[in-house]
Design a protein around this ligand. Structure first.
Ligand SMILES: *[C@@H]1O[C@H](CO)[C@@H](O)[C@H](O)[C@H]1NC(C)=O
Ligand SMILES: *[C@@H]1O[C@H](CO)[C@@H](O)[C@H](O)[C@H]1NC(C)=O
Ligand SMILES: *[C@@H]1O[C@H](CO)[C@@H](O)[C@H](O)[C@H]1NC(C)=O
Length: 423
């Protein structure tokens, strides 16, 4: 066992017990206070509440979570359990702050992100990091199996169960390294430059900003750009027809998030991805946003039935340390006309902080940033948005998230971070 791995194991054991004590303390207090206020305090969704709470949903969607995940959110009675991330700390004696200041959160991710989560500002992604970077043998017999040649005879099983004995920890982490030759999509000022260029140089899409810096929402308002006739009828048809059977599959109770009731289909590894027209749309988006197709997540095709919605949320969900970096842009396309003939059609995209709505019109698109123009390392606070429910008809849309760095290469190399980061 290498010293690094040994330290890693010690760290997690020490951390767990200190956290365990703290948690018990809080829990005992919670329990006594709870019983004074209310007799039932349980999670409504036993399977997912804990995971959602760890992902920060208690803060992001307090209304739903208070109702359905009381216990996991620590909202029992009058006492609020501190965020689960309280267990996220720097390892003592490792000089985390100094190392972070020297840039080691990037240059030495495998060590730093586990041992210095706090200084690396990675607490939000604690469980993801533990999954992706942690590396432990799960059986006492691993070393014996290795000596018997199982690492080469049964590589799949051994990779999962005996990565330390088989010396696979480094390659597991390497799948999450940022590939070489991945210049960032945006440096400070580039969002403004790209949006300004779209406004002036793509008249064929009749670009109109719904919000811009110096516009009605103030000097620091983000760009939100609407485009017309971006997707042709044939292209819209290519998305919806290749996804038809995949929507049906998600009907089978594949409830993805407490705040979203639409159905979805990933345009990935199927006839949707293989379709020439969906590839042409991807290249067009890369051209307009000055990005690259490999920096994009696969298209996500959405289907909303009347009354279905996606409550106010923000799209940026990736740690700066991930190979793909932040989601910098969302490019959202409407694939059909929603609520035709209705006096007030539904199905638009409502930008809650800006008070503007992009209507759902076939072929139109809207582009917005999820990070700040002047500081792309920080989330843009003004681009929270929601998918308004259609009233009378079905809504189809296609959505793509563009990262600051290559997404597809690490995703195809099975980097765990990338997969868990997607929702
Ligand atoms: C919490 O309560 C349990 C049983 O009620 C007790 O055994 C345990 O010692 C308590 N823990 C702390 C930290 O007070
Ligand atoms: C955005 O870019 C335009 C055109 O280059 C420039 O005139 C403007 O000052 C920039 N605005 C901000 C807020 O950077
Ligand atoms: C990229 O945009 C330019 C206009 O700026 C256009 O001439 C060119 O055809 C576009 N390429 C693609 C692949 O859409």
């Amino acid at each position: 066992m290498s010293p690094a791995v040994l330290l890693l194991l010690l760290t997690s054991v020490g951390g767990a017990s200190a956290f365990g004590r703290l948690f018990n303390n809080l829990f005992n207090r919670t329990a006594s206070i709870t019983s004074a206020f209310s007799s039932t305090c349980v999670d409504g969704n036993l399977e997912n509440c804990k995971m959602w709470a760890e992902d920060g949903e208690c803060e992001k969607n307090p209304a739903y979570m208070r109702e359905s995940c009381k216990r996991s959110c620590g909202m029992c009675g009058g006492f609020k359990k501190p965020n689960v991330r309280i267990g996220c700390n720097d390892e003592e004696g490792y000089e985390c702050e100094q190392r972070a200041a020297k840039g080691e959160c990037h240059s030495n991710k495998g060590e730093m992100l586990i041992r210095c989560m706090k200084s690396c500002d990675a607490c939000r992604w604690k469980s993801l990091l533990q999954d992706a970077l942690g590396c432990e043998d799960k059986h006492n017999s691993c070393v014996m199996w290795k000596d018997n040649g199982e690492c080469t005879r049964n590589p799949g099983y051994m990779m999962d169960n005996c990565p330390v004995a088989c010396e696979k920890c480094a390659s597991k982490r390497a799948s999450c390294d940022r590939p070489p030759n991945t210049p960032p999509t945006v440096l400070p000022g580039d969002i403004n430059r790209t949006m300004t260029r779209i406004w002036h140089e793509f008249p064929q899409y009749d670009p109109k900003p719904l919000s811009w810096p110096g516009g009605p929402h103030g000097p620091n308002a983000p760009w939100v750009m609407s485009l017309r006739n971006f997707v042709s009828d044939e292209e819209a048809e290519a998305f919806t027809s290749t996804c038809k059977q995949h929507f049906d599959r998600s009907l089978a109770g594949d409830q993805l998030s407490p705040v979203r009731t639409s159905y979805q289909c990933w345009c990935s590894g199927n006839e949707c991805e293989a379709h020439r027209l969906t590839q042409i749309v991807a290249e067009r988006i890369a051209n307009v946003t000055r990005s690259q197709v490999r920096y994009m997540e696969p298209f996500q095709i959405l289907k909303y039935e009347p009354g279905q919605f996606y409550k106010v949320h923000h799209d940026q969900n990736s740690g700066l340390f991930t190979p793909q970096g932040a989601r910098v842009y969302t490019f959202f396309m409407y694939l059909n006309d929603v609520d035709e003939g209705q006096e007030e059609p539904g199905g638009g995209t409502h930008f809650a902080d800006l008070g503007v709505v992009m209507p759902a019109r076939k072929g139109h698109a809207v582009l917005w940033p999820s990070v700040m123009d002047a500081e792309p390392d920080r989330d843009e606070p003004m681009t929270n948005h929601e998918g308004l429910p259609p009233k009378a008809s079905v809504k189809y849309a296609s959505n793509v998230w563009i990262h600051n760095y290559d997404y597809r290469t690490p995703a195809n190399a099975n980097c765990l971070l990338t997969h868990r980061n997607t929702h």
